[in-house]
Design a protein around this ligand. Sequence first.
Ligand code: ADP
Length: 407
Amino acid sequence: MLRVGLTGGIGAGKSTVSKVLAELGAVIVDADLIAREVVEPGTPGLAALVDAFGLGILHDDGSLNRPALAEEAFGSDDSRLLLNSILHPRIGARTAELVDGAPADGIVVQDIPLLVEGRMGAAFNLVVVVYVDQEERVRRLVELRGMPEADARARIAAQASDEQRRAAADVLLDNSGAPELIREQARALFEDRLLPFEANLRAGTAVSVPPIVRPSNPEWAAQGRRLVERLRLVCGDHAVRVDHVGSTAVAGLDSRDLIDIQITVKDLAAADALADPLAAAGFPRLADENRDSPRPAYGVGGEGDPGLWDKRTHGGADPGRPVHISLRVEGWPGQQFALLLRDWLNADEDARADFVAVKQSAVATAAENLHEDDAVTAYTEALAPWFDLGYQRAWAWAESTGWTPGD
Ligand code: ADP
């Protein structure tokens, strides 16, 4: 099952997107609908609200009078907490029931207006944000939904900013144009990304990336941050730390379009305990443990037990965001070097320039291979001598600057 979080500011066109995805076969779980459902007349939820806030929160026909409840509940922090303690568990239970009821190969889209405000993004395989600028949203809410302008502005002001929503978005759907354009984007999202993502997730297939070096992409930093948050949630106490490492974590450095993440663990048993949870979250284990594994031939690492370079590797099932995850043991040379390399490259412009030149020549070498797997291996091997030297240079830099891995 693939779980997608769908959100957007009020009036952005979330409902339009959710309708298209439903038509294509997604299971929609609508947070607003559930929030109403759990306090319908006759529900234990409504009875609990009456117990807490009195009969004054009901209309004459016994249904919930929302403005009256708001008046009672938003008066103090205590009453707000009380309200949440009644609503949240019931909304959570009903949501879980609907999600669990979806088929094993389902694509579940949870439509949650306040997903960003509630910091829920990391719990989903993918977060989709529908975006329209504020003035156009006000115009649509007023002209098409008949909302008084002051209300529309007040509601927008009470929600997350566009910038916060952008930062949470794995996919940003721009609904500034005609309705047909957003429908087309939603269809393309479903067919080109959600369907293959779900199939990969179920089959335990990781997406691969050809050895082509792309110009540095300013989005990589935010993509890395979202992956780190997601992986922290999956790993919980099994991870000592989770970091965005590798070339995409170095500002301005051209790179393969592959986000490297390092999960630091206490020992390899902890890494193995994470194999299934990671796979279930869309990060299947890779068979070839040594791919993309720079292991210096000499120097500090080479002098020690070769076992000290062991790691476990996972890929990603999302065809829209290839990722390579290394699980390494805290304090082992490979774990330290991944953090050091990133920080050294960020600090040393000459090192970045050398590295890019070596990458370009590795791309040319790799291009002689017909098959992608062979090309990736050739690319990685062509980079190895640079890593040998880089290992020495990076540690020399660490010593001269007093670098530590931080936390
Ligand atoms: P949300 O669910 O995100 O609050 P809606 O889907 O209800 O937003 O969209 C707000 C209003 O704008 C609705 O009346 C909707 O029909 C309309 N709308 C949605 N997309 C477009 C568009 N591309 N052009 C014009 N109007 C649109």
